[in-house]
Design a protein around this ligand. Structure first.
Ligand SMILES: Cc1ncc(C[n+]2csc(CCOP(=O)(O)OP(=O)(O)O)c2C)c(N)n1
Ligand code: SF4
Ligand SMILES: [Mg+2]
Length: 299
């Protein structure tokens, strides 16, 4: 990766007005503000229903300074394709066409249109903020909700199935750039979005995004919880550029450090409280095996 951005040279330009309708401590607020800084003014956003549409607000009190098309859930990838087509017809070059959706809107309801856009090699950036449930409608489980998580549709034993690995599914389309990032590491996110703007074709960035009310933790712990997900090796920061996988930032450093036990991450949030010791042990074992694989790859 090129020179890394630091807080000292991060642009002061803002594309989100002060004050928006997200909950206090919302990880998406950080992700959105940072991502827009990296994208810059020549950007058109395509956004399906989600907490992001609430954060953006309704005209005339919208919080974003950029043009945004609000579209139906299932059409995001197709609508972004259409916006790119319109730019081409108008001979407008250098515009970032950016689809920005939640995990439900991306990995479940919008996956066919996204898959189609990737397969056709459309010139769009797609950012998925993964708060691991349908938060806007009151915390229903989604495909990316981890196993064992309590939601309003999995209220007793938690979700029974494993988290869907959406970035791997998108990478399987053979697109030029896939990356993961976290709200807890905004500068890493900034650099990845910035890099995406320099590449043509479909680009996909999947951002782990803590949500205090949905995950059940105090609003002041958003960054701490996000960092614990990375430090425990549960959510990994990486890039896949032209098919080449590489851990990045805090996850790359974790290859040479001891990982925090996953139990610590689970204890930081109320949504994991139905997990038994046995279940936690089993997750720890899976994470250990995954990391043994990463280490073998790095050697
Ligand atoms: C076709 C359709 N189904 C359901 C809804 C209701 N709805 C609005 S936002 C939302 C949740 C979206 O979840 P996600 O994409 O994960 O974004 P988040 O709310 O978590 O930010 C749902 C189900 C809708 N607007 N349209
Ligand atoms: S429910 Fe979660 S993702 Fe949605 S605005 Fe509130 S903190 Fe943000
Ligand atoms: Mg969600």
């Amino acid at each position: 990766m090129a020179e890394k951005t630091t807080i000292l040279n991060l642009t002061e330009e803002e594309f989100v007005h002060p004050g928006n309708r997200a909950c206090s401590g919302c990880g998406l607020s950080i992700v959105y503000r940072t991502g827009l800084k990296a994208l810059g003014k020549d950007t058109i956003l395509v956004v399906p229903p989600s907490c992001l549409t609430v954060l953006q607000g309704l005209y005339p009190v919208a919080s974003t300074k950029l043009p945004c098309v609000n579209v139906t859930f299932a059409s995001t990838g197709a609508a972004a394709t259409g916006v790119r087509g319109a730019m081409k017809a108008l001979k407008k070059e250098g515009v970032n066409v950016v689809a920005w959706a939640g995990d439900g809107g991306t990995g479940d309801i919008g996956i066919q249109a996204l898959s189609g856009a990737c397969e056709r090699q459309e010139d769009i950036i797609y950012i998925c903020y993964d708060n691991e449930a349908y938060m806007n409608t009151g915390v229903q489980r989604s495909g990316t909700t981890p196993k064992g998580v309590l939601t309003t549709t999995t209220p007793i034993k938690g979700k029974l199935q494993a988290k869907k690995d959406v970035p791997s599914i998108i990478a399987a389309h053979g697109i030029g750039y896939v990356a993961t990032a976290s709200a807890a590491y905004p500068l890493d996110l900034y650099d990845k979005v910035k890099k995406a703007t320099t590449i043509a074709g479909p680009r996909y960035i999947h951002v782990h995004t803590p949500c205090p009310p949905g995950w059940s933790f105090e609003t002041r712990y958003t960054i701490k919880v996000g960092k614990l997900a990375v430090a425990s090796g549960l959510f990994d920061l990486y890039e896949i550029e032209n098919g080449k996988f590489q851990l990045t930032g805090a996850s790359e450093r974790l290859l040479k450090k001891e990982r925090t036990p996953v139990a610590e991450y689970f204890a930081s949030q109320g949504r994991f409280k139905s997990l038994s010791e046995e279940e936690i042990k089993s997750v720890q074992q899976q994470v250990d095996e995954k990391w043994a694989g990463y280490k073998a790859l790095a050697e």
